[in-house]
Write a protein of this length. Structure first.
Length: 285
């Protein structure tokens, strides 16, 4: 056995698992999207573009995809605004406080996403929700704020679920940053904000960018949180695909929605990655 063949043999089980679990289901979904469907006959294995024409020709689908991308962008922005400073503070902490607060940050990931979302539903619920009851008791609001079945509630719940990914990505980048570099900038007369902007930010930008990509992808493809908090009145692409698969049983149309969501996510993530990396390379050069 030659040394060149050995790495391929060692990676073969993982590659086969990836092909079987990821690539083959995606390929089957893409093929399914080009099949026909009828209420009486179900899936008809005949090549057709009817599903794609229906999606691209109906403003209803445009609205759902636009809402999905808008929610994902807002959640990504919120997690970056709150997660990056949180990671910076966490990195500055000393033991044992660093380990304790790191556990607190990771706590949402240790709980089932359904359980977390149901907890937010209890907090959001109408006049009986804990948030509205507290605000009404304090006299902050006169009428309950509608959180359930609104974009606001979905954004809050998704931000809580996904902010640990942003914190971990930025914190990992900060681990490779020598704190003496920032102290040197401060000793040379740079203000704290300027030192953060010109010294720390460029070096943690890869972590911030990778965290944003992870959060955006997870937010755009999230199902449990939009389904529970948003309900049937606030559809996103993932819940629309679910309804087409399991409610109307129109699997080809559901496959079309899922394929379009995958294509949109890949295109946006790859394009944003190249654009932001190029722009920040010019700014901080």
């Amino acid at each position: 056995m030659t040394p060149r063949v050995l790495p391929y043999l060692l990676s073969a089980p993982a590659l086969l698992l990836f092909v079987g679990v990821v690539l083959i289901p995606i390929a089957m979904t893409v093929v399914l999207s080009f099949n026909d469907w009828s209420m009486t006959r179900g899936i008809i294995p005949e090549f057709t573009l009817k599903n794609w024409q229906e999606v691209f020709g109906d403003a209803y689908f445009y609205g759902i995809f636009f809402r999905t991308l808008r929610l994902a962008l807002i959640v990504t922005l919120i997690t970056a605004v709150f997660g990056a400073p949180e990671a910076y503070v966490l990195n500055r902490m000393r033991r044992p406080w660093k380990g304790l607060f790191l556990l607190i940050v990771l706590a949402p990931l240790l709980i089932s996403v359904v359980a977390r979302t149901l907890g937010w539903a209890l907090l959001f619920g109408g006049q009986t929700g804990l948030i509205n009851k507290s605000l009404l008791a304090l006299g902050v609001i006169a009428t309950p704020i509608p959180f359930m079945f609104t974009e606001t509630g979905v954004i809050i719940a998704l931000s809580h679920v996904l902010i640990p990914f942003m914190v971990l990505a930025v914190w990992t980048a900060l681990q490779q940053l020598d704190p003496q570099v920032e102290n040197a900038a401060r000793s040379l007369g740079a203000a704290p904000a300027l030192a953060l902007y010109r010294v720390v930010l460029p070096q943690v930008m890869p972590g911030l960018l990778s965290g944003a990509i992870i959060v955006f992808a997870l937010a755009a493809s999230a199902f449990a949180t939009p389904a529970i908090i948003g309900g049937r009145r606030l559809k996103v692409a993932s819940t629309l695909a679910y309804d087409e698969f399991l409610n109307t049983l129109n699997w080809p149309l559901g496959g079309t929605v899922a394929t379009l969501l995958l294509i949109a996510l890949v295109a946006i993530i790859v394009g944003a990655n190249r654009l932001i990396e190029r722009r920040y390379a010019q700014v901080f050069q």
